[in-house]
Ligand binder design. Structure first.
Ligand SMILES: Nc1ncnc2c1ncn2[C@@H]1O[C@H](COP(=O)(O)OP(=O)(O)OP(=O)(O)O)[C@@H](O)[C@H]1O
Length: 243
């Protein structure tokens, strides 16, 4: 079953008189539970596609369907250059409930410790998955995540006291804490050495298998491509191969 579907999606960036077609009439679907790599050379449109799926970038044309919800239904995208106020709060809810984000620069809050960084999303929204857990169950879930990412002895430590690999583990636990069905990861291994990068990938693969969370990567990393259950290769904003 498809959890993400893009139909005839294009994205044009307009800069003064120059327009750049970053994504050019792209259609694909990603199955629930996939470990999916969007790969391609620099400037091919990977991050733009991930941002469109992450609902942080508005397409210029096409449909984006996530979890069977046609996100921009009824909106004339050709005349809309900014996320319309009328759907802004709906998109924020979709992002909180459906999507978790892992970035190459980790994006942790420096003044908060590991535990506090991980539980932040629990204080921001109230997704259906979270509503189904009482306080004790939430605490058990957070402990399970911290244990699974191997940071039980580091709960009280600040990000500055952690290695790059440990910081990315915090970011992964934070992305998963709301039990969202989809994790978007933009070059998650780019700032890690190869040993730490390998460990982070193995961890994400384990979580993908155990929790059935869908992982979608934008990446140059051939190791991610080799591990992926679905690969979408793009070049100049177009798909040139899918397997
Ligand atoms: N905000 C923007 N304004 C104008 N042009 C942009 C913007 N973001 C991306 N682009 C252009 O769109 C094209 C695709 O960029 P994108 O960042 O999606 O590629 P990428 O494959 O992720 O590249 P990289 O691997 O180097 O991060 C490029 O030509 C880029 O210059």
């Amino acid at each position: 079953m498809a959890i993400v579907e893009l139909k005839n999606v294009s994205k044009i960036y307009q800069m003064d008189k120059v327009s750049v077609k970053a994504v050019d009439d792209v259609s694909f679907s990603i199955d629930q539970g996939s470990f999916c790599a969007i790969s391609g050379p620099s400037g091919s449109g990977k991050s733009t596609l991930l941002n469109i799926i992450g609902l942080t970038d508005l397409p210029s044309a096409g449909s984006v369907i996530i979890n069977n919800i046609d996100i921009y239904k009824g909106i004339d995208l050709s005349k809309t250059h900014r996320i319309p106020l009328s759907i802004d709060s709906k998109l924020t809810d979709f992002r909180r409930n459906l999507l978790g984000f892992v970035f190459q620069t980790f994006n942790l809050i420096p003044v908060l410790n590991v535990y506090e960084n991980i539980v932040i999303p629990l204080h921001l929204g109230d997704s259906p998955a979270l509503q189904s857990m009482n306080k004790a169950e939430q605490n058990k879930w957070v402990d399970y995540l911290i244990d699974t990412v191997g940071l039980t002895n580091w709960k009280k430590h600040k990000p500055s006291e952690l290695s790059g690999g440990q910081r990315q583990r915090v970011a992964i636990a934070r992305a998963l804490v709301t039990k969202c069905p989809i994790i978007l990861a933009d070059e998650p291994t780019a700032n890690l050495d190869s040993t730490n990068g390998d460990q982070i990938l193995e961890l994400m693969q384990k979580l993908n298998r155990e929790l059935k969370t869908t992982f979608i990567f934008s990446t140059h990393d051939q190791k991610i491509v080799n591990m992926a259950t679905q690969v979408i290769k793009i070049r100049d904003g177009k798909i040139f191969q899918q397997d």
